[in-house]
Structures are given as structure tokens and as C-alpha cells.
Design a protein. Structure first.
Length: 94
């Protein structure tokens, strides 16, 4: 696995994760060992895309619905991302 970004074990959140550029950014982060939070408008599709990414690269990936123009959804996405970071760091130290 190439790790030119040095992201092994880091958590990266990507908005617009289902779009062409967003999807490729998610793939590159995962290819470099990062755990990925995928954020987009279509909850069903983003959850499926996250499951596919996790299966393909052996990383932890989650998909959540988020509309970047909705402050409550953005705040929720931040909380979920921080939760993922904390839970992943606990797994590493165990």
C-alpha cells in the first residue's frame, strides 16, 4: 500500500463524497491507510459507498448524510467524526 500522504490510522472526513472528485479523494485517503468519514446528501448511497471502501481497503469507513448548508447537520457530522477518531484511537492503544 502506497502511503505517500502518511495517513496510516488517521481519520479523514470528506464532504461531497459521492461526487467524482470526492469519491476519488476518499479512495486515495483509504489507499494511504486513513479511516474515512464520507459525507453526502444521499444517506443510503453514502453508507453503501463507505461499506464498499472499507471492504476494498481494509480500513474503517462510515457514511453519513450531511447537507453542508445545514448548520445542525454539519455539527452532527463533526461530532460523529470526532467520535470515530476517539474510538479508533482506543482500538489502537488496546
Amino acid at each position: 500500500m502506497s502511503n505517500w500522504l502518511k495517513l496510516e490510522g488517521d481519520v479523514c472526513a470528506v464532504t461531497g463524497a459521492l461526487g467524482g472528485m470526492g469519491a476519488e479523494i476518499c479512495r486515495e485517503f483509504a489507499r494511504n491507510g486513513a479511516n474515512v468519514v464520507m459525507l453526502d446528501l444521499d444517506e443510503e448511497k453514502v453508507k453503501a459507498a463507505a461499506a464498499d471502501l472499507a471492504a476494498e481497503f481494509g480500513i474503517h469507513a462510515e457514511g453519513y448524510k450531511m447537507n453542508a448548508t445545514d448548520e445542525a447537520e454539519v455539527q452532527s457530522a463533526v461530532v460523529l467524526t470526532v467520535y470515530m477518531m476517539v474510538s479508533d484511537s482506543k482500538k489502537k492503544s488496546a
